[in-house]
Design a protein around this ligand. Structure first.
Ligand code: PLP
Length: 388
């Protein structure tokens, strides 16, 4: 009996494994402080919870249209109109059980065997695996030495005959970088010149810290609308990771192609969760802002504490809830080894940068309590001092 090459080639998500490991150690009674999880520690907003309870009481327990309930797709359109002044119709929206499956479906819809997709590294762990699952290959444009933003020269150099698309993630997981309008316009111009798709993943769009401001790529380059697939999710914005609601918005044709795939894959996203997401989109943007303000305070503390440690360099993250710390100058520059020792000696869990194509870096999520941040960074400081 055998396993497929496809499945043997998949690497499990490093971010998930670290948080699972930290949870397991905690369950054994170890005093673990985790900076691994990419999820807010807040509860879901009342507006989401109440909408879900109402939906259960109404008996909304059946299959919904594969692309999502009409009310939610319409609300996504009005959200995009209000927030970004973009006009979309409900048949240009597909709702899925999270942004992850909808990204997977988009890759399946665009990538043939041997095709290439551009990733700007450091890049979120799942893109590369999803490209592989579609039979494609990643072409990595490294941005470490260019302030975590791509240059036109480096982008052009990576594009070849087989390139079909570019993934842009802003605000970025893991770097926290926000792509400014001129960089987005440059990417859109290159995509037009080379006739490429752009997958624009903005699941952290509400988590931007002044003076940085999130820019939707279509506000920077409206003419790119026919080639852009926008990806968003209730997970990070509304602290609704477990409800599993994400969506894609884009040209009708690609949305109907992903819909065709979804009919055979997940069918609709959970009916109750869709109603909850509708409640959140309509009535929880105030809660989202409160959470953003809290993340901003935590960001200040974690960045300052990291900058105060020997050997650590940190570029100010502008969005999302991650700090991407450079430990290349420390006595354990191997990030995998560093994370293993930090967990073993100080019970502090961080994600190795290698998981994001960035060896020598660590990703620390500050979507945890202030108390956790202060205690964890104190322990990490002791660890760094011990390496002297
Ligand atoms: N895109 C990015 C950049 C992410 O960091 C994540 C989650 O970690 C996702 C997409 C997936 O989010 P969802 O919970 O909606 O599947």
């Amino acid at each position: 009996m055998k396993f497929s090459k496809k499945i043997l080639n998949i690497k499990p998500s490093a971010t998930m494994s670290i948080s699972d490991m930290a949870k397991a150690m905690k369950a054994e009674g170890k005093p673990v402080l985790s900076f691994g999880a990419g999820e807010p520690d807040f509860g879901s907003p009342d507006a989401a919870n109440e909408a879900a309870i109402e939906a259960i009481k109404r008996g909304e327990s059946h299959y919904t249209p594969t692309a999502g309930i009409a009310e939610l797709r319409a609300e996504v359109c009005s959200y995009y109109k209000k927030r970004f002044d973009l006009d979309y119709a409900p048949n240009q929206v597909i709702v899925a059980p999270g942004a992850k499956p909808v990204l997977y479906e988009a890759m399946q819809a665009l990538v043939d065997d041997g095709d290439e997709v551009i990733l700007f590294a450091p890049a979120w762990v799942s893109y590369v695996e999803q490209i592989h699952m579609a039979g494609g290959r990643e072409k990595v444009v490294d941005t470490i030495s260019t302030n975590f933003l791509p240059t036109k020269g480096n982008l052009l150099a990576a594009i070849g005959e087989k390139t079909v698309g570019i993934v842009v993630n802003s605000p970025s997981n893991p770097t926290g970088a926000i792509y400014p309008a001129e960089i987005l316009k440059m990417i859109a111009d290159v995509a037009r010149e080379k006739d490429l798709w752009i997958i624009f993943d903005e699941v952290y769009e509400r988590l931007a810290y002044a003076p940085a401001k999130h820019v939707n790529i279509l506000n920077a380059a409206p003419e790119a609308k026919e080639r852009v697939i926008l990806i968003n999710s209730a997970s990070k914005t509304y602290a609704m990771t477990g409800w599993r609601i994400g969506y894609a918005i884009g040209p009708k044709e690609i949305i109907s192609k992903t819909n065709a795939l979804q009919t055979h894959l997940t069918s609709n996203a959970c009916s109750i969760a869709q109603w909850a997401a509708l409640g959140a989109l309509k009535n929880a943007n105030g809660d989202a802002e409160k959470m953003r303000a809290e993340f901003e305070k935590r960001r200040r503390v974690i960045v300052d504490m990291l900058r105060d440690m020997p050997y650590v360099k940190v570029k100010e993250p502008e969005g999302a809830f991650y700090v991407f710390a450079d430990i290349r100058g420390c006595p354990i520059p191997d990030d995998m080894k560093f994370c293993a020792e930090l967990l073993d000696k100080k019970y502090v869990a961080a994600v190795p940068g290698s998981a994001f194509f960035a060896p020598g870096f660590l990703r620390l999520s500050y979507a945890c309590s202030m108390e956790n941040i202060k205690a964890g960074m104190t322990r990490m400081r002791e660890f760094m001092e011990s390496l002297k």
